[in-house]
Every structure is written in structure tokens, then in C-alpha cells.
Design a protein around this ligand. Structure first.
Ligand SMILES: *Cc1c(COP(=O)(O)O)cnc(C)c1O
Length: 372
């Protein structure tokens, strides 16, 4: 099956009770046992499993090409679960440019618990190799990275990590399986903030882990999911499943808009830099073209004139919405340093752009007038 068909097919629900084409939402937290105590449909209590969550988790596995999918209450809950699968004194290699919550989780929570970590420029393979310690158990990849769109050679890093006996996890939120397939490139786990493209409409919070193999790591994560309890509600699972149905269409159209916008911005004299993976000027363009089928719908720009100029640009937009987050149908622009707060390492003149589904001419015209 082609990916579009797979998406519709894997999110389909077969309703034994009413032959409904769209799934019902199972709000029940508890499930009845048979007189002999057996559990006819496999569900006991909703924190451990729920029909809506099961449907979503099965679709995740199919769409990322893994053996096991797991749904969480947020992207952060998914990330925390992976770190909790490790043991105190284990060492993690993380990108120096990444979603700010990933290193913040390590710094504020996991390091107190005894996890060690090193931040590395993940576009530099030699730097990654040099960062390995005897106790390195996990390499975290985020490509393209947030907010500077750095590109990591996923296959090379996965091979290196495997040789050193470490797991590789790729935060695939920005690319989605429509454009990039980390498990096919050798990663052990693909992680998502489903809050973004999977949900696609900026109206739910959820996270995902998809494991290449149903092995010890997946088993431990399943245990932490049920015991730690950071699970999504049945309604949020239902919403993500609905969002997934249009994922390929949305991502391709948003990507097409983004590519045109990046092209326009790349020659604008008021900008110092435009970070978009498929621009010829991007330092990672060759690796990006090797592992992504298109450049995605995220970009960031650095404005000449520093922070004040960036803030001024942002204040003038009329079509773009000034808000954090990404992956929804509406185009968003934000000053990343403001959003990240104390943990920010982002350049002060950087604005991050999530390109939505508006007409490309309106998006270009909006930034054109704001840049004047
Ligand atoms: C938003 C985001 C996260 C965190 O996900 P939440 O759903 O907000 O917890 C992690 N990684 C990336 C790349 C993100 O964009």
C-alpha cells in the first residue's frame, strides 16, 4: 500500500456493535470481567489500556514502520519515558540545538536522578564520536533541529551508536513519517510531539514513541507508561487519530508553501540568515536531501539589526499569528528566545516560523510588508 492508503487504512475502525465507520469514544475508565475473571477485550483499567489509545498506538506502529507504538499525554511525557528507561549514571548524548524541553528535562529532573549527559553539535559526526563515554547508553537526535534547523545524518549516527552499544532515538516531530523515516534509517525509536503535525489543528496535547522492535526497551517503556500514568485521554486519542487521516495532505501542502516562502526570504536584504533544510545555502542540504523527501514546513530566520529588529518584524504581521507551537493549519511566528525563557540558547534575532495552509501569496505578502 502507498503511504496515503496506509494512513486511511490504519486509522480505520471496525465497530462490532454498530458498524460505525468512525470510532466511538470509550470514556469508561474500567472494564467488566467475565464470571470466571477473564477479560474478554483485553482491557482492565484505562491507564493501562483503552480502546481509543490502542487504535492510535496501532496506527503509530504502521505509519512509522515499527513493531510497537505508544501514546502519551504530551511529547515531553514521551521523552521523559525514554530517559526513565535508563539507569542512574548512564550517559546520554543530546543535540546542542534541540527542542528546549529535551535538555531542560535532563538538566532539571533527570540529572538530579543521576543521568549524565553531553550536549553536542549533531551536524558534526566527529564531535558525536568524541562525546561517547563507556557508559553512553542513548543518543538523542532531532533533525531538523529546533529552532536552527540543523541536520544530523541519522543513518550515520545510528550506525555509530549501534557499534558503541547505545540506543538511538530520533525526535521526528518536525519531519513526520511523511518526509523522514528514522526507523528505516536505523534508529531504535521515533519520538513525536503529536501536539504538532499528528493532531494538526492546535487543539490537543499528546506524544508518541514508536519502537522498531518489541524488545526490552519497548517493554520497559510500556511499564513506565502504565505505572507513571502520563497517558492521553480517550478523546485526545480520538482527535489524533482523526488528525492522522489528513497528515500526508497537510504536510505536503504546508511543505510546498514553506519551500516557496523560504525561497522568497532567502534573497531578502533585511535578513541575515534563513534556515531551511532544502535551501542550497543550508550547510546540511546534502544530508537533508539524502534522508528527507522534502524540506518540511518549519524554518527560522535571523533578522539584521538584532533582537529589536526581530521583535519589530514580528509585531507587524497580519496573516501570521504571533504564538508558539507549530504544525497546525495556521501559520505561526514567534521570537524563540522569549518563548524558551531561562533555558534559551537561541540567537536573540531569531524568529521561528511554522508554515500553515493559507495561500502562499498571502503568506509572502504578509512577511514582505512586515519586512519593509
Ligand atoms: C513541541 C515539541 C516537543 C514537546 O512536545 P509537547 O507535546 O509540547 O510536550 C518535543 N519536540 C519537538 C521537536 C517539539 O516541537
Amino acid at each position: 500500500m502507498n503511504f496515503e492508503t496506509l494512513v486511511i487504512n490504519s486509522t480505520q475502525y471496525h465497530d462490532a456493535n454498530a458498524s460505525a465507520v468512525v470510532p466511538p469514544i470509550y470514556l469508561s475508565t474500567t472494564f467488566e470481567r467475565e464470571p470466571d475473571s477473564s477479560i474478554p477485550h483485553g482491557h482492565i483499567y484505562t491507564r493501562a489500556s483503552n480502546p481509543n489509545r490502542n487504535s492510535l498506538e496501532k496506527a503509530y506502529a504502521v505509519l512509522e514502520g515499527g513493531e510497537v507504538g505508544m501514546a502519551f499525554a504530551s511529547g515531553q511525557a514521551a521523552t521523559a519515558t525514554i530517559f526513565q528507561c535508563l539507569s542512574p549514571n548512564d550517559h546520554v548524548i543530546v543535540p546542542d540545538d534541540a527542542y528546549y524541553g529535551t535538555p531542560a528535562l535532563l538538566q532539571e529532573i533527570m540529572s538530579v536522578w543521576g543521568l549524565k549527559y553531553t550536549k553536542v553539535d549533531m551536524s558534526d559526526l566527529a564531535a558525536i564520536e568524541a562525546a561517547f563515554l563507556p557508559n553512553t547508553k542513548l543518543v538523542w537526535i532531532e533533525s531538523p533541529s529546533n529552532p536552527q534547523l540543523k541536520i544530523t545524518d541519522i543513518a550515520e549516527v545510528a550506525t555509530l551508536a549501534r557499534q558503541k552499544g547505545a540506543y538511538t532515538v530520533c525526535d521526528n516531530t518536525w519531519a513526520t513519517p511523511v518526509l523522514q523515516r528514522p526507523l528505516d534509517l536505523g534508529c531504535d525509536v521515533s519520538m513525536h510531539s503529536a501536539t504538532k503535525y499528528f493532531g494538526g489543528h492546535s487543539d490537543l496535547l499528546s506524544g508518541a514513541l514508536i519502537f522498531k522492535e518489541n524488545g526490552p526497551l519497548a517493554e520497559k517503556a510500556r511499564m513506565i507508561q502504565a505505572l507513571g500514568g502520563a497517558v492521553p485521554s480517550p478523546f485526545d486519542c480520538w482527535l489524533v487519530l482523526r488528525g492522522l487521516k489528513t497528515l500526508p495532505l497537510r504536510v505536503r501542502q504546508q511543505t510546498s508553501n514553506a519551500a516557496q516562502l523560504a525561497e522568497f526570504l532567502s534573497t531578502h536584504p533585511a535578513l541575515e540568515a534563513v534556515h531551511y533544510p532544502f535551501l542550497p545555502s543550508h550547510s546540511g542540504v546534502e544530508v537533508a536531501k539524502k534522508q528527507m523527501s522534502a524540506g518540511g514546513a518549519m524554518m527560522s530566520i535571523q533578522v539584521k539589526g538584532g533582537e529589536a529588529a526581530a521583535l519589530a518584524l514580528k509585531s507587524k504581521v497580519k496573516v501570521f499569528i504571533r504564538a508558539t507551537s507549530l504544525g497546525g493549519v495556521e501559520s505561526l511566528i514567534e521570537h524563540r528566545a522569549t518563548a524558551e525563557g531561562v533555558h534559551s540558547v537561541s540567537p536573540k534575532n531569531l524568529l521561528r516560523i511554522s508554515v500553515g495552509l493559507e495561500h502562499i501569496d498571502d503568506l509572502i505578502a504578509d512577511l514582505k510588508q512586515a519586512l519593509e
